[in-house]
Design a protein around this ligand. Sequence first.
Ligand code: ZN
Length: 234
Amino acid sequence: MRTELLYLEDSYIKEFNATVLEVKDNGVILDRTAFYIGGGGQPYDSGSLFFGGKECKVVGMRREDALHIIEGPLPSPGEKVHGIIDWDRRYKIMRTHTSVHVISGVAYKDFGVIITGNQLYEGRARIDLSFENMSKDLALQIIEESNKVIEKGLEVRWYYITKEEFERRPELKRVNPRLYEKYERIRVVEIVNFDLQADGGTHVRNIKEIGKIKLDKYESKGRKNKRIYISLIP
Ligand SMILES: [Zn+2]
């Protein structure tokens, strides 16, 4: 990938300047971007690019090459653009993403429940869990306990560790380690003194920014596979 992904370092960047490297497939590739490219259950960002008195909308992102899919006028290769991401939407997704990590930590540490997948939306999420004796009551307990953890206001940090370090941390292996094993350096997101996960997404700096969460729905998808829907209480 030729594009520097600014959000990996700082998830609070809302605007940025960049240069167009390439224009193709109704989109542009930039030398740097704050738009999340999608993946890991977190949706790509939307927003606008401004250039030469014009504006185009970013309506999609292609993950493989960080192509910003554009609606409206296209800038030219070499042109300078100013990008603004739809921050209200992104911030809700960030709060939701970090809340799923809190839930995952509580589920794993307190109840031995493994989260096998999740899909984030603006202010809500679908979470798949693997646990034989899962019930709606247990799901409610996990959410209640998660809200208690959120109230502690723990700091969130993201950084890189080596593959060797990854191998030494068993808690990192609960979410599909095959996705990460091919990398020499692995980005992890830590809720300090509480949870550590390999992750390429964007998070809030302190879990108190999440606010409060609630369980919206509980579904059984089979003997071991259960699904819950949660949302932020606005
Ligand atoms: Zn995550």
